[in-house]
Design a protein around this ligand. Structure first.
Ligand SMILES: [Zn+2]
Length: 509
């Protein structure tokens, strides 16, 4: 019996898989058992060809490869390397004990080359946590694997290199096509800066408040007003991710195949802006076998920006409710249910009408209402703030001048967040946007009597719902934190009401 280890991944949760190869008398055959999917089933052909390229051959017997625990669905090509090592270990292999204790992660090419696989970061983290720090990965995955503290990483190019680790000398050097040169990744381009935004003082302020308190934001305005430009700049005023968030975000991008290991762990809040014509799977997550993360998860701890939000299919907008409520998304498939974190800050932009032109617009009031009404209901209910972004006239552009650079705004945002962390140090949340209503209305969140009276009156008159009241309080606390005040006063609550409704001339939603 030959043994090696690999890691199976469902969502971000990894499990160490024991790969056992057994020989039996009988007609030569090669079977893989233990819930493999189609891609994994084809491992037989890749392992056979890769061994051949090393001058080794499959034993002329009945070979059964078992992947355990068998109940766990396994997917993809990352088990190839462990399967090949386990099969070779059924023969005379000096390092078989070492191979048994080592985790192997890699796809085999027909020429024996070891190719990188997705999700190496969470896989290696799982292996190390399970007490198996020795990992063999493709050279293309080495940087990523080495990001896991405690991992002892061996980088290989070819199956022959792996066999050499275990004391098997090849008769001849493998014939290799010259490897495709990996171009070192460019340094991350400087993120767009708030200084580039001309005018739009109100919208800039709304963005700052959204960043400081983690509030969801809707921007309304005609095309060309700069909504997208503003949204793209939200990450530039957000603080760096802490260690736990950085590992989670990097793991998600590792599985999604959108991570550049040469840049180290992802430390900046991600920004995802799926187009409204993108497939639901690319937004929500999905795919065959074990589902892959979509934009809602890739924007975990960052910003999910929906430009022209009313154009998104209603089904997609509805699906956003789950992550907005629970901070995660569960993707059910026939073979497995994968769970991915999806705690994002939602920024939506919308034109006030379907024709998208404010000058020659002939859309009726009813049409305009129906258009923006596509956002209504449970989704819009969770958006804390609305801001109107008017088209910039030349006069406004000149008068508005250039804005503050991002680092100045980011410093205020960071200071406001420190106040929140301090205030909520005994609570399970750390941002105003996450504070539950019963806390905000309760005795722990002290607000002045005149503020309380104003809000009570608004609820009694019906101008504010209970849910709306909670949102106004959350924004008011963020305004207080930005102003360095120890609690929201009447003026700040008035400002919060304005940010909640988008001002008097905003369309009703
Ligand atoms: Zn129109």
């Amino acid at each position: 019996m030959g043994r090696a280890r690999a890691v199976g991944l469902i969502g971000l949760e990894g499990t160490v898989i024991e790969v056992e190869a057994q020989l039996a008398a009988g007609l030569p055959a090669f079977r893989i058992v233990g819930l493999p999917d189609a891609a994994l089933g084809e491992a037989r052909e890749r392992v056979r060809a890769a061994l051949h390229s090393c001058g080794t051959h499959l034993p002329d017997r009945r070979i059964t490869v078992n992947l355990s625990p068998a109940s766990l669905p396994k997917t993809g090509t990352g088990f190839d390397l462990a399967i090949a090592v386990a099969v070779v270990a059924t023969g005379a292999m000096p390092g078989r004990e070492e191979a048994r204790r080592t985790v192997h992660l890699g796809e085999l090419g027909l020429d024996g080359r070891v190719h990188p696989v997705r999700g190496v970061l969470p896989m290696v983290a799982c292996a190390v946590a399970a007490g198996h720090p020795n990992v063999v990965v493709s050279r293309g995955n080495a940087l990523e694997a080495a990001l896991v503290p405690g991992a002892r990483v061996e980088a290989v190019d070819h199956l022959g290199d792996v066999l050499a680790l275990y004391g098997i000398r090849l008769d001849r050097a493998p014939d290799l096509e010259p490897a495709a040169r990996t171009v070192p990744g460019d340094e991350p381009a400087g993120s767009p800066d708030m200084a580039d935004v001309v005018g739009q003082g109100e919208a800039r302020f709304a963005l700052e408040v959204a960043a400081a308190g983690g509030h969801h934001l809707l921007m309304l305005g005609p095309p060309g007003a700069g909504k997208t430009m503003l949204a793209c700049r939200l990450p530039s005023i957000l603080p760096d991710l802490d260690d736990d968030d950085a590992v989670a975000v990097t793991s998600i991008h590792s599985i999604a195949g959108t991570f550049m290991p040469s840049h180290g762990l992802i430390r900046r809040p991600p920004f995802e802006a799926p187009h409204h014509t993108a497939s639901p799977a690319s937004i929500i997550g999905g795919g065959n076998g074990v589902p892959r993360p979509g934009a809602v998860s890739k924007s975990h701890c960052g910003t999910l920006f929906l430009d022209e939000a009313p154009e998104f299919p209603p089904a997609v907008l509805q699906t956003l409710r789950q992550p907005l409520e629970s901070g995660q998304i569960v993707l059910h498939r026939a073979r497995a249910a994968a769970r991915y974190p999806a705690r994002f800050q939602l920024v939506m932009a919308a034109n006030p009408c379907p024709c998208g032109s404010d000058r020659d617009c002939r859309c009726s009031a009813g049409l305009r209402r129906r258009y923006i009404g596509r956002l209504s209901g449970p989704l819009i209910d969770r958006v804390d703030m609305r801001v109107t972004v008017p088209r910039l006239t030349r006069a406004r552009a000149v008068l508005g001048g250039l804005g503050e650079p991002s680092d100045v705004v980011a410093a205020r945002v960071a200071a406001a967040r420190r106040l929140q962390v301090e205030r909520y140090r005994y609570q399970p949340w750390s941002l105003n946007s996450a504070a539950p209503g019963r806390y905000l209305r309760g005795p722990d969140a002290v607000i002045d009597t005149d503020v309380r009276r104003l809000l009570e009156r608004s609820v009694e008159k019906g101008t504010l719902t209970m849910r709306g009241l909670d949102r106004v309080l959350r924004i008011a606390w963020t305004l207080a934190d930005l102003a360095g005040a120890d609690r929201p006063d009447l003026a700040l609550v008035g400002q919060a009401l304005c940010l909640r409704t988008g001002g008097d001339d905003a369309p009703a939603i």
